[in-house]
Ligand binder design. Structure first.
Ligand code: GDP
Ligand code: MN
Length: 380
Protein backbone atom coordinates (compact mmCIF):
# COMPACT_ATOMS: atom_id res chain seq x y z
CA UNK A 1 0.00 0.00 0.00
CA UNK A 2 1.23 3.46 -0.88
CA UNK A 3 0.75 6.33 1.52
CA UNK A 4 0.80 10.04 0.79
CA UNK A 5 3.76 12.36 1.21
CA UNK A 6 2.20 14.14 4.19
CA UNK A 7 1.53 10.82 5.91
CA UNK A 8 5.03 9.51 5.27
CA UNK A 9 6.57 12.73 6.54
CA UNK A 10 4.47 12.55 9.70
CA UNK A 11 5.79 9.06 10.33
CA UNK A 12 9.35 10.25 9.63
CA UNK A 13 8.85 13.08 12.06
CA UNK A 14 7.94 10.62 14.84
CA UNK A 15 11.37 9.14 14.32
CA UNK A 16 13.15 12.43 14.76
CA UNK A 17 13.59 13.26 11.10
CA UNK A 18 13.22 17.03 10.61
CA UNK A 19 10.39 17.97 8.25
CA UNK A 20 9.08 21.41 7.25
CA UNK A 21 6.24 22.89 9.25
CA UNK A 22 2.99 22.46 7.39
CA UNK A 23 -0.47 20.97 7.16
CA UNK A 24 -2.69 19.23 4.65
CA UNK A 25 -5.73 20.95 3.14
CA UNK A 26 -8.54 20.08 0.80
CA UNK A 27 -9.72 23.53 -0.25
CA UNK A 28 -8.16 26.75 -1.50
CA UNK A 29 -9.46 28.74 1.48
CA UNK A 30 -7.96 26.29 3.90
CA UNK A 31 -4.68 26.59 2.01
CA UNK A 32 -4.78 30.36 2.39
CA UNK A 33 -5.46 30.02 6.10
CA UNK A 34 -2.52 27.65 6.58
CA UNK A 35 -0.25 29.96 4.56
CA UNK A 36 -1.27 32.80 6.88
CA UNK A 37 -0.48 30.72 9.94
CA UNK A 38 2.92 29.72 8.57
CA UNK A 39 3.75 33.24 7.42
CA UNK A 40 6.30 33.82 4.69
CA UNK A 41 6.82 31.74 1.61
CA UNK A 42 5.05 28.40 1.30
CA UNK A 43 5.14 25.48 -1.07
CA UNK A 44 1.87 23.90 -2.22
CA UNK A 45 2.11 20.24 -3.06
CA UNK A 46 -0.43 17.96 -4.73
CA UNK A 47 -0.96 14.82 -2.66
CA UNK A 48 -1.24 12.12 -5.30
CA UNK A 49 0.40 8.73 -5.20
CA UNK A 50 2.73 9.16 -8.16
CA UNK A 51 6.21 10.54 -8.55
CA UNK A 52 7.27 13.49 -10.67
CA UNK A 53 4.63 15.83 -9.31
CA UNK A 54 7.10 18.70 -9.61
CA UNK A 55 7.45 18.27 -13.37
CA UNK A 56 3.69 17.87 -13.77
CA UNK A 57 3.06 21.28 -12.16
CA UNK A 58 1.75 19.83 -8.91
CA UNK A 59 4.31 21.66 -6.76
CA UNK A 60 4.28 25.46 -6.66
CA UNK A 61 5.81 28.16 -4.52
CA UNK A 62 3.70 31.02 -3.19
CA UNK A 63 4.90 34.28 -1.65
CA UNK A 64 1.62 35.46 -0.13
CA UNK A 65 -1.46 33.78 1.32
CA UNK A 66 -3.58 35.05 -1.60
CA UNK A 67 -1.20 33.55 -4.10
CA UNK A 68 -1.28 30.34 -2.06
CA UNK A 69 -5.07 30.31 -2.35
CA UNK A 70 -4.98 30.79 -6.14
CA UNK A 71 -2.30 28.18 -6.72
CA UNK A 72 -4.10 25.78 -4.38
CA UNK A 73 -7.27 26.19 -6.44
CA UNK A 74 -5.32 25.44 -9.62
CA UNK A 75 -3.64 22.37 -8.20
CA UNK A 76 -6.89 21.06 -6.72
CA UNK A 77 -8.46 21.13 -10.17
CA UNK A 78 -5.63 19.13 -11.70
CA UNK A 79 -5.28 15.50 -12.58
CA UNK A 80 -1.75 14.14 -12.35
CA UNK A 81 -1.06 10.99 -14.33
CA UNK A 82 -4.77 10.20 -14.26
CA UNK A 83 -5.23 10.78 -10.54
CA UNK A 84 -7.45 13.59 -9.25
CA UNK A 85 -5.84 15.91 -6.69
CA UNK A 86 -8.07 15.90 -3.63
CA UNK A 87 -5.59 17.07 -1.03
CA UNK A 88 -2.69 19.46 -0.98
CA UNK A 89 0.11 19.91 1.50
CA UNK A 90 1.04 23.45 2.49
CA UNK A 91 4.59 23.50 3.82
CA UNK A 92 6.90 26.28 4.85
CA UNK A 93 9.11 26.78 1.78
CA UNK A 94 12.74 25.81 2.18
CA UNK A 95 15.76 27.59 0.75
CA UNK A 96 17.56 24.73 -0.88
CA UNK A 97 21.31 24.54 -1.13
CA UNK A 98 21.77 20.86 -1.94
CA UNK A 99 19.39 18.00 -2.73
CA UNK A 100 20.30 14.51 -1.52
CA UNK A 101 18.59 11.16 -2.01
CA UNK A 102 18.17 8.76 0.93
CA UNK A 103 16.06 5.63 0.80
CA UNK A 104 15.64 2.07 2.06
CA UNK A 105 14.08 -0.79 0.16
CA UNK A 106 14.24 -4.58 0.10
CA UNK A 107 16.99 -6.09 -2.01
CA UNK A 108 15.44 -9.43 -2.76
CA UNK A 109 18.53 -10.96 -4.31
CA UNK A 110 20.58 -10.04 -1.22
CA UNK A 111 17.67 -11.05 1.03
CA UNK A 112 18.25 -7.90 3.04
CA UNK A 113 17.08 -4.32 3.16
CA UNK A 114 19.42 -1.92 1.43
CA UNK A 115 20.01 1.74 2.22
CA UNK A 116 20.76 3.85 -0.81
CA UNK A 117 21.95 7.39 -1.01
CA UNK A 118 23.10 9.78 -3.66
CA UNK A 119 24.36 13.33 -3.79
CA UNK A 120 22.26 13.68 -6.94
CA UNK A 121 18.93 14.05 -5.13
CA UNK A 122 15.69 15.59 -6.31
CA UNK A 123 15.57 13.52 -9.49
CA UNK A 124 14.10 10.04 -9.53
CA UNK A 125 16.56 7.44 -8.29
CA UNK A 126 15.74 5.19 -11.26
CA UNK A 127 17.12 7.93 -13.51
CA UNK A 128 20.31 8.21 -11.47
CA UNK A 129 20.65 4.42 -11.51
CA UNK A 130 20.33 4.38 -15.30
CA UNK A 131 22.60 7.31 -16.15
CA UNK A 132 25.17 7.49 -13.36
CA UNK A 133 24.94 4.33 -11.23
CA UNK A 134 28.32 5.08 -9.63
CA UNK A 135 26.68 8.01 -7.85
CA UNK A 136 24.51 5.68 -5.76
CA UNK A 137 25.98 4.44 -2.49
CA UNK A 138 24.47 1.24 -1.13
CA UNK A 139 24.80 -0.51 2.21
CA UNK A 140 22.94 -3.69 3.08
CA UNK A 141 21.34 -3.77 6.48
CA UNK A 142 21.29 -6.95 8.51
CA UNK A 143 17.67 -7.11 9.70
CA UNK A 144 18.72 -8.58 13.04
CA UNK A 145 21.50 -6.09 13.76
CA UNK A 146 19.81 -3.07 12.24
CA UNK A 147 21.66 -0.14 10.70
CA UNK A 148 25.09 0.17 12.31
CA UNK A 149 26.67 3.54 13.02
CA UNK A 150 29.68 2.81 10.82
CA UNK A 151 27.33 2.03 7.94
CA UNK A 152 25.58 5.38 8.27
CA UNK A 153 29.01 7.04 8.35
CA UNK A 154 30.06 5.10 5.25
CA UNK A 155 27.01 6.45 3.45
CA UNK A 156 27.75 10.03 4.54
CA UNK A 157 31.35 9.67 3.36
CA UNK A 158 30.23 7.96 0.14
CA UNK A 159 28.12 10.91 -0.93
CA UNK A 160 30.82 13.41 0.10
CA UNK A 161 28.60 15.01 2.67
CA UNK A 162 30.38 17.90 4.42
CA UNK A 163 31.52 16.89 7.91
CA UNK A 164 29.39 19.38 9.77
CA UNK A 165 26.22 17.56 8.57
CA UNK A 166 27.28 14.04 9.49
CA UNK A 167 25.77 13.96 12.97
CA UNK A 168 22.39 15.09 11.74
CA UNK A 169 22.56 12.83 8.65
CA UNK A 170 23.39 9.77 10.75
CA UNK A 171 20.45 10.49 13.07
CA UNK A 172 18.17 10.79 10.02
CA UNK A 173 19.50 7.53 8.56
CA UNK A 174 18.76 5.76 11.87
CA UNK A 175 15.32 7.33 12.06
CA UNK A 176 14.52 6.22 8.53
CA UNK A 177 15.66 2.67 9.26
CA UNK A 178 13.56 2.50 12.43
CA UNK A 179 10.52 3.91 10.61
CA UNK A 180 11.02 1.37 7.82
CA UNK A 181 11.33 -1.50 10.28
CA UNK A 182 8.47 -0.58 12.60
CA UNK A 183 6.08 0.16 9.73
CA UNK A 184 6.75 -3.09 7.84
CA UNK A 185 7.60 -0.91 4.88
CA UNK A 186 8.98 -2.14 1.59
CA UNK A 187 10.17 1.36 0.73
CA UNK A 188 10.96 4.45 2.80
CA UNK A 189 12.41 7.29 0.81
CA UNK A 190 13.40 10.91 1.32
CA UNK A 191 13.90 12.64 -2.03
CA UNK A 192 15.04 15.28 -1.65
CA UNK A 193 16.69 15.42 1.72
CA UNK A 194 17.99 18.97 1.51
CA UNK A 195 20.66 21.07 3.05
CA UNK A 196 19.06 24.47 3.54
CA UNK A 197 20.83 27.80 3.12
CA UNK A 198 20.87 28.08 6.92
CA UNK A 199 22.74 24.77 7.07
CA UNK A 200 20.05 22.39 8.31
CA UNK A 201 19.06 19.00 6.95
CA UNK A 202 15.36 18.74 6.13
CA UNK A 203 13.22 15.99 4.58
CA UNK A 204 11.26 17.84 1.90
CA UNK A 205 9.57 14.84 0.32
CA UNK A 206 8.54 11.49 1.76
CA UNK A 207 7.44 8.26 0.21
CA UNK A 208 6.53 4.96 1.85
CA UNK A 209 5.19 1.65 0.68
CA UNK A 210 3.72 -0.60 3.35
CA UNK A 211 3.65 -4.36 2.92
CA UNK A 212 -0.03 -5.28 2.47
CA UNK A 213 0.52 -8.57 4.25
CA UNK A 214 1.53 -6.71 7.41
CA UNK A 215 -1.43 -4.34 7.48
CA UNK A 216 -3.26 -6.49 10.00
CA UNK A 217 -0.87 -5.24 12.64
CA UNK A 218 -1.10 -1.62 11.55
CA UNK A 219 -4.76 -0.80 11.82
CA UNK A 220 -3.89 2.90 11.85
CA UNK A 221 -2.32 2.55 8.39
CA UNK A 222 -5.34 0.80 6.93
CA UNK A 223 -7.22 4.09 7.36
CA UNK A 224 -4.61 5.84 5.24
CA UNK A 225 -5.45 3.81 2.17
CA UNK A 226 -6.33 6.06 -0.75
CA UNK A 227 -9.00 4.29 -2.75
CA UNK A 228 -8.63 6.63 -5.73
CA UNK A 229 -5.42 4.89 -6.70
CA UNK A 230 -6.72 1.35 -6.65
CA UNK A 231 -8.62 -0.59 -9.25
CA UNK A 232 -12.22 -0.37 -7.94
CA UNK A 233 -12.76 -4.10 -8.36
CA UNK A 234 -9.78 -4.81 -6.12
CA UNK A 235 -11.24 -2.57 -3.42
CA UNK A 236 -14.58 -4.38 -3.74
CA UNK A 237 -12.84 -7.77 -3.51
CA UNK A 238 -11.02 -6.81 -0.33
CA UNK A 239 -14.38 -6.08 1.33
CA UNK A 240 -15.30 -9.76 0.95
CA UNK A 241 -11.89 -11.07 1.92
CA UNK A 242 -11.14 -12.15 -1.65
CA UNK A 243 -7.69 -11.78 -3.16
CA UNK A 244 -8.31 -10.42 -6.62
CA UNK A 245 -5.90 -8.98 -9.14
CA UNK A 246 -7.14 -7.90 -12.52
CA UNK A 247 -5.11 -9.03 -15.52
CA UNK A 248 -5.35 -8.44 -19.25
CA UNK A 249 -6.79 -11.75 -20.56
CA UNK A 250 -10.35 -12.95 -21.20
CA UNK A 251 -10.76 -16.06 -19.04
CA UNK A 252 -12.09 -15.29 -15.59
CA UNK A 253 -10.71 -17.59 -12.89
CA UNK A 254 -12.45 -18.45 -9.65
CA UNK A 255 -10.28 -20.67 -7.49
CA UNK A 256 -9.89 -21.58 -3.82
CA UNK A 257 -6.30 -21.21 -2.72
CA UNK A 258 -3.53 -18.96 -3.93
CA UNK A 259 -1.26 -21.77 -5.13
CA UNK A 260 -4.11 -23.39 -7.02
CA UNK A 261 -5.01 -20.02 -8.53
CA UNK A 262 -1.42 -19.63 -9.81
CA UNK A 263 -1.51 -23.16 -11.21
CA UNK A 264 -4.83 -22.49 -12.90
CA UNK A 265 -3.43 -19.40 -14.59
CA UNK A 266 -0.36 -21.36 -15.73
CA UNK A 267 -2.48 -24.15 -17.22
CA UNK A 268 -4.66 -21.64 -19.05
CA UNK A 269 -1.54 -20.08 -20.56
CA UNK A 270 -0.09 -23.48 -21.39
CA UNK A 271 -3.23 -24.06 -23.44
CA UNK A 272 -2.82 -20.75 -25.27
CA UNK A 273 -5.39 -18.81 -23.29
CA UNK A 274 -4.99 -15.68 -21.17
CA UNK A 275 -6.35 -15.34 -17.62
CA UNK A 276 -8.44 -12.24 -16.94
CA UNK A 277 -7.60 -12.25 -13.26
CA UNK A 278 -6.08 -13.91 -10.28
CA UNK A 279 -8.78 -14.69 -7.76
CA UNK A 280 -8.45 -16.66 -4.58
CA UNK A 281 -11.74 -17.08 -2.73
CA UNK A 282 -9.92 -18.64 0.20
CA UNK A 283 -11.02 -21.56 2.33
CA UNK A 284 -14.56 -22.30 3.46
CA UNK A 285 -16.01 -20.30 0.59
CA UNK A 286 -19.62 -19.50 1.42
CA UNK A 287 -22.36 -18.83 -1.11
CA UNK A 288 -22.01 -15.15 -0.28
CA UNK A 289 -18.31 -15.14 -1.12
CA UNK A 290 -18.77 -17.11 -4.34
CA UNK A 291 -21.53 -14.71 -5.40
CA UNK A 292 -19.34 -11.70 -4.69
CA UNK A 293 -16.44 -13.30 -6.57
CA UNK A 294 -18.56 -14.11 -9.63
CA UNK A 295 -19.99 -10.61 -9.68
CA UNK A 296 -16.51 -9.12 -9.58
CA UNK A 297 -15.28 -11.35 -12.41
CA UNK A 298 -18.33 -10.51 -14.53
CA UNK A 299 -17.89 -6.78 -14.10
CA UNK A 300 -14.71 -7.08 -16.16
CA UNK A 301 -15.91 -6.55 -19.72
CA UNK A 302 -13.01 -8.50 -21.19
CA UNK A 303 -14.19 -11.76 -19.65
CA UNK A 304 -15.51 -14.19 -22.29
CA UNK A 305 -15.48 -17.41 -20.26
CA UNK A 306 -15.10 -18.43 -16.64
CA UNK A 307 -13.14 -21.30 -15.21
CA UNK A 308 -14.06 -22.43 -11.70
CA UNK A 309 -11.41 -24.63 -10.24
CA UNK A 310 -12.17 -25.95 -6.77
CA UNK A 311 -10.17 -28.30 -4.69
CA UNK A 312 -12.15 -29.59 -1.76
CA UNK A 313 -9.96 -29.94 1.28
CA UNK A 314 -11.40 -28.34 4.37
CA UNK A 315 -13.69 -26.53 1.98
CA UNK A 316 -16.37 -28.97 0.85
CA UNK A 317 -17.20 -29.11 -2.85
CA UNK A 318 -20.92 -29.34 -2.16
CA UNK A 319 -20.80 -26.13 -0.17
CA UNK A 320 -19.02 -24.37 -3.02
CA UNK A 321 -21.49 -25.88 -5.51
CA UNK A 322 -24.36 -24.45 -3.46
CA UNK A 323 -22.57 -21.13 -3.56
CA UNK A 324 -22.22 -21.31 -7.31
CA UNK A 325 -25.87 -22.25 -7.87
CA UNK A 326 -27.18 -19.49 -5.66
CA UNK A 327 -24.79 -17.03 -7.30
CA UNK A 328 -26.02 -18.10 -10.75
CA UNK A 329 -29.63 -17.70 -9.67
CA UNK A 330 -28.88 -14.20 -8.63
CA UNK A 331 -26.69 -13.05 -11.50
CA UNK A 332 -27.54 -15.30 -14.49
CA UNK A 333 -24.38 -14.67 -16.48
CA UNK A 334 -24.64 -15.27 -20.20
CA UNK A 335 -21.11 -16.39 -20.80
CA UNK A 336 -19.84 -19.97 -20.83
CA UNK A 337 -18.58 -21.45 -17.58
CA UNK A 338 -16.49 -24.53 -16.95
CA UNK A 339 -16.12 -26.16 -13.54
CA UNK A 340 -13.74 -28.67 -12.20
CA UNK A 341 -14.40 -29.99 -8.72
CA UNK A 342 -12.21 -32.50 -6.95
CA UNK A 343 -11.69 -33.52 -3.36
CA UNK A 344 -14.02 -33.59 -0.39
CA UNK A 345 -17.63 -34.20 -1.46
CA UNK A 346 -16.80 -33.66 -5.15
CA UNK A 347 -19.52 -36.16 -6.22
CA UNK A 348 -22.20 -34.31 -4.22
CA UNK A 349 -20.90 -31.05 -5.63
CA UNK A 350 -21.18 -32.26 -9.21
CA UNK A 351 -24.75 -33.46 -8.63
CA UNK A 352 -25.72 -30.06 -7.34
CA UNK A 353 -24.10 -28.42 -10.36
CA UNK A 354 -25.72 -30.81 -12.82
CA UNK A 355 -28.85 -28.71 -12.64
CA UNK A 356 -26.92 -25.56 -13.51
CA UNK A 357 -26.06 -24.64 -17.09
CA UNK A 358 -22.37 -25.26 -17.14
CA UNK A 359 -19.66 -27.40 -18.61
CA UNK A 360 -17.81 -29.72 -16.32
CA UNK A 361 -14.38 -31.27 -16.60
CA UNK A 362 -12.66 -34.15 -14.90
CA UNK A 363 -9.15 -32.78 -15.00
CA UNK A 364 -7.66 -29.32 -14.81
CA UNK A 365 -6.15 -29.66 -18.30
CA UNK A 366 -9.53 -30.54 -19.74
CA UNK A 367 -11.14 -27.66 -17.88
CA UNK A 368 -8.52 -25.23 -19.19
CA UNK A 369 -8.90 -26.48 -22.76
CA UNK A 370 -12.67 -26.08 -22.59
CA UNK A 371 -12.40 -22.60 -21.12
CA UNK A 372 -9.90 -21.53 -23.80
CA UNK A 373 -12.16 -22.91 -26.55
CA UNK A 374 -15.18 -21.22 -25.03
CA UNK A 375 -13.40 -17.87 -24.77
CA UNK A 376 -12.46 -18.13 -28.42
CA UNK A 377 -16.10 -18.75 -29.28
CA UNK A 378 -15.58 -22.46 -29.93
CA UNK A 379 -18.33 -23.63 -27.61
CA UNK A 380 -21.58 -21.77 -27.24
P1 GDP B 1 8.11 15.00 -6.58
O1 GDP B 1 8.39 15.75 -7.84
O2 GDP B 1 6.77 14.32 -6.66
O3 GDP B 1 9.19 14.05 -6.20
O4 GDP B 1 7.99 16.09 -5.40
P2 GDP B 1 9.08 16.73 -4.41
O5 GDP B 1 8.43 16.99 -3.11
O6 GDP B 1 10.31 15.91 -4.37
O7 GDP B 1 9.41 18.13 -5.08
C1 GDP B 1 10.03 18.23 -6.33
C2 GDP B 1 11.02 19.35 -6.33
O8 GDP B 1 10.39 20.57 -6.02
C3 GDP B 1 12.12 19.20 -5.30
O9 GDP B 1 13.17 18.36 -5.74
C4 GDP B 1 12.56 20.64 -5.11
O10 GDP B 1 13.50 20.99 -6.09
C5 GDP B 1 11.28 21.41 -5.32
N1 GDP B 1 10.74 21.80 -4.00
C6 GDP B 1 9.95 21.06 -3.17
N2 GDP B 1 9.71 21.71 -2.02
C7 GDP B 1 10.39 22.89 -2.11
C8 GDP B 1 10.57 24.02 -1.23
O11 GDP B 1 10.08 24.08 -0.10
N3 GDP B 1 11.34 25.05 -1.69
C9 GDP B 1 11.93 25.03 -2.91
N4 GDP B 1 12.64 26.05 -3.28
N5 GDP B 1 11.77 24.00 -3.76
C10 GDP B 1 11.03 22.94 -3.37
MN1 MN C 1 10.49 13.80 -4.59
Amino acid sequence: MKIHEYQAKQIFSHYGIPIPKGRVASSADEAKQIAEELGGKVVIKAQVLVGGRGKAGGIRLAKHPNEARDLAAQILSMEIKGLPVRKILIDEAANIETEIYLGITNDRSARKPVMMSSAAGGVEIEEVARLTPEKIIKVHIDPLLGLRDYQARDVAAGIDLPREHWKSFIAIAHGLWQAYLDSDATLAEINPLVITSDERLLALDGKMLIDDNALFRHTDFAEMRDLDTEAPLETEARKYGLSYIKLEGDIGCLVNGAGLAMTTMDIIKLNHGEPANFLDIGGGASAEKVTAALKIILRDENVKAILLNVFGGITRCDEVAHGIVSALNEIKPNIPMVTRLVGTNAEEGREILASAQMMTAQTLVEAAQKAVMAAKGGIA
